[in-house]
Ligand binder design. Sequence first.
Ligand SMILES: C[S@@+](CC[C@H](N)C(=O)[O-])C[C@H]1O[C@@H](n2cnc3c(N)ncnc32)[C@H](O)[C@@H]1O
Ligand code: SF4
Length: 297
Amino acid sequence: MPGVLPDGEPVPADGSLPATATREVGARGFGVYVHVPFCASRCGYCDFNTYTAAELGGGVTREGYADTVLAELRLAARVLGDGPPRRVDTVFVGGGTPTLLPADDLARILDAVDRTWGLAADAEVTTEANPESVTPESLKALRAVGYTRISLGMQSASPGVLAILDRRHSAGRATAAAAEAREAGFDHVNLDLIYGTPGERAEDFARSLDEVIAAGADHVSAYALIVEDGTRLAARMRRGELPYPDDDVAADRYLAAEEALGAAGFSWYEVSNWARTPAARCRHNLLYWAGGDWWGL
Ligand SMILES: C[S@@+](CC[C@H](N)C(=O)[O-])C[C@H]1O[C@@H](n2cnc3c(N)ncnc32)[C@H](O)[C@@H]1O
Ligand code: SF4
């Protein structure tokens, strides 16, 4: 299905920004978001801009993607060229599944961001990852080239819930990957959970929280399941094969998350996010919330 352009003026072909925008860039922090739109398979609930090998049309390949990002980075450097000097406070490589790219490609992208604008000495550099797409070796390689934070999609500790969500990994793989990331020397490790999946019982979510806490992650994102139009999950619900999520159940789960995570020493700091210490809060997300500047590649 072709994408629909958003309302408003189209982006100029040369990517230029109004002088009022470039003058101020970086005054309230500067982040870089890199989107990697590839997944091994599509989870039934997800409507993110991502493509499996079978869905990829002509024009883009995983192999050529890092070079495409580098070309767009050169455009960004041209557009911001006349603005004030700036350094990059945060980099967030998201997806999709960034770790489907070889660690070398993720290294080249980070190196190019550094050479273009300069990474701050204490820059936070995150990549998202699927638990089954990382190994102890790939994690060590990412750490060695400057990634400081990893965000792993766990979703649930219950095999039944993972099956309804079409997840490919086993219940224990996400927490094992979190331990491997710690071992590899990542400063910060996040685990994503989804709650309110049809068939999830209160005790299933309680177990997910227990396992996340025991895994040694210092950050948890817990999201209420959103039934997105056009997904397999939405079709199954429309056909009556699965019930729609219940808002009251979701509210109970949210309170359960706050109670369990709070008791384990995590503090809630943003709608769906908890961190063990102030330093473990995701600075890139905070930059968005605080209205800082960022360039998306
Ligand atoms: C880009 S994915 C994370 C990395 C990786 N692709 C993975 O899934 O393991 C971002 C996160 O968004 C959340 N998410 C995606 N679609 C969602 C939905 N429909 N409802 C709630 N959470 C959703 C999941 O928790 C997922 O881990
Ligand atoms: S949740 Fe993650 S792995 Fe699943 S389709 Fe979405 S981006 Fe890909």
